[in-house]
Design a protein around this ligand. Structure first.
Ligand code: 5GP
Length: 114
């Protein structure tokens, strides 16, 4: 189990978010500080603190999250491409300790990241 975070509050509708997709396992909403014209966070409803804390039993959920990102990208018409980022831990720049996939698109993205 992981600690409750503000993403848990978004799942429970205790704080507002611009939700763009939901199914039984995950929720997707727009990032409050977008880094690209489209910047959506996809989170599991069952919290995992970070990717490095995932267990073998989470494999199906992790696959579900990545497939959900691809569906959301299609819905958002990111036909010319996009990037999926999972910041993990301190060096990975993670600030909210509820696993989330960033879906970034709508402009050409630079590489390498900062
Ligand atoms: P991390 O840095 O952990 O990879 O990403 C956390 C993300 O959550 C950041 O991009 C940040 O802008 C976003 N965020 C933080 N607080 C809120 C909030 O209250 N609502 C929404 N929609 N996004 C948030």
């Amino acid at each position: 189990m992981s600690e409750d975070t503000l993403f848990g509050k978004i799942i429970r509708r205790e704080i507002p978010a611009d939700i763009v997709y939901e199914d039984d396992l995950c929720l997707a909403f727009r990032d409050i500080t977008p880094q690209a014209p489209t910047h959506i966070l996809v989170i599991p409803k069952q919290p995992i603190a970070m990717l490095s804390a995932a267990q073998a039993e989470d494999k199906a959920l992790l696959g579900h999250l990545i497939f959900a990102v691809s569906e959301i990208a299609r819905q958002q018409k990111l036909d010319s491409g996009y990037r999926v980022v999972i910041n993990t831990g301190e060096d990975g720049g993670q600030t909210v300790f509820h696993l989330h996939l960033h879906l970034l698109g709508g402009r050409a993205l630079g590489w390498p990241p900062g």
